[in-house]
Design a protein around this ligand. Structure first.
Ligand SMILES: Nc1nc2c(ncn2[C@@H]2O[C@H](COP(=O)(O)OP(=O)(O)OP(=O)(O)O)[C@@H](O)[C@H]2O)c(=O)[nH]1
Ligand SMILES: [Mg+2]
Length: 297
């Protein structure tokens, strides 16, 4: 039956999976906007990022989560806890699997956790554009672990298979009112988005150990008379050597990060954003419970 005006669908969908499975890329594709930052470095996402898709059928609210990673380190436990919390709060689980990697111990763990979810579970077999593929092995693994979950072969990069997945998400979503206004595609506040974009540029511009040791803090935000936004942000790393990498020779690296971030922010905000970036060292930030609680929500 065709849904009428009074039978809109509305569901909250958790996007879960291993680090680098393509969860955030998929979220961005669903929303048609860059809502979450992405990178080839595992554990890029550290927060629950909401992205909203509104169509004539209703509204899907996706919650992107940090990659489910097997580790007992404090930092990882915080991220894992966010996934656990999200699984308690949603109507549907979308479990994303990278078909270019063999399912290992970590996939076993997450499949086991997902299998305890009481509601509908859909599986996105992602990165089908990459060859060779482990898809047959993964299909066998899922037949054993999650036999009832519907599977979709998709590519978050090319968009292949995504319309079919969205259609089924709406099919199984409960009826309900829209939770956000139609024009919303995320609920993030501007300072979080700015911090994330700065972090993304820094992750792409540095490798080695810098990305995992970095967080970004916005210290000042000022709307100028000409309408532009001036932002001071600190990039905080754990070691002096990392500070040196981020600053680069004669300040060249931090300048590149600033220019790349400013260029992207112009596309998101209806006014120019000027960044004043500073680099600081805090050797123990990943041990600081108060800070971790504030940062990772
Ligand atoms: N070829 C290909 N690459 C993809 C696809 N989806 C994601 N990627 C790439 O995989 C890498 C990880 O993507 P993310 O979206 O950041 O992965 P994630 O699951 O959010 O990772 P975490 O936040 O670290 O858990 C990036 O380099 C993406 O460009 C896909 O369908 N095909
Ligand atoms: Mg991510």
């Amino acid at each position: 039956m065709q849904e009428t005006e009074t039978q809109k669908k509305s569901a909250v969908v958790a996007i879960v999976g291993r680090p680098s499975a393509g969860k955030s890329t998929l979220l961005n594709h669903f929303c048609g906007q860059k809502v979450a930052i992405t990178s080839p470095v595992p554990q890029t996402t550290r927060n629950r990022i909401r992205g909203i898709l509104t169509t004539a059928r209703g509204q899907l609210i996706f919650i992107d989560t940090p990659g489910y990673h097997k580790s007992e380190k404090k930092f990882n436990l915080y991220l894992k806890n966010l996934v656990e919390q999200t699984l308690q709060e949603v109507d549907i689980v979308l479990y994303v699997i990278d078909t270019s990697r063999a399912p290992g111990e970590e996939e076993e763990l997450i499949a086991e956790r997902v299998s305890t979810f009481q509601g509908p579970i859909l599986i996105a077999l992602n990165k089908i554009d990459i060859k060779p593929t482990f898809i047959e092995q993964i299909e066998m693994f899922l037949t054993l672990r999650l036999p009832k979950a519907l599977r979709f072969r998709v590519s978050a990069t090319t968009g292949e298979g995504i319309p079919q997945l969205i259609q089924v998400l709406f099919d199984i979503a409960p009826e309900g009112d829209l939770l956000y206004p139609e024009e919303f595609y995320t609920d993030q506040d501007p300072s979080f988005r700015i911090a994330e974009i700065i972090r993304e540029k820094a992750v792409w511009e540095t490798r080695q150990e810098v990305p995992h040791s970095l967080y970004v803090e916005i210290s000042d935000l000022e709307q100028r008379e000409n309408g532009s936004l001036w932002v001071r942000a600190f990039l905080i790393v754990e070691r002096e050597s990392q500070k040196g990498i981020l600053i680069g020779k004669g300040g060249s690296k931090i300048k590149t990060i600033r220019l790349l971030a400013e260029k992207e922010l112009v596309e998101i905000f209806p006014y120019p954003v000027y960044l004043d970036l500073r680099v600081k060292v805090d050797p123990k930030w990943r041990q600081n419970d108060k800070l971790l609680t504030k940062l990772f929500q």
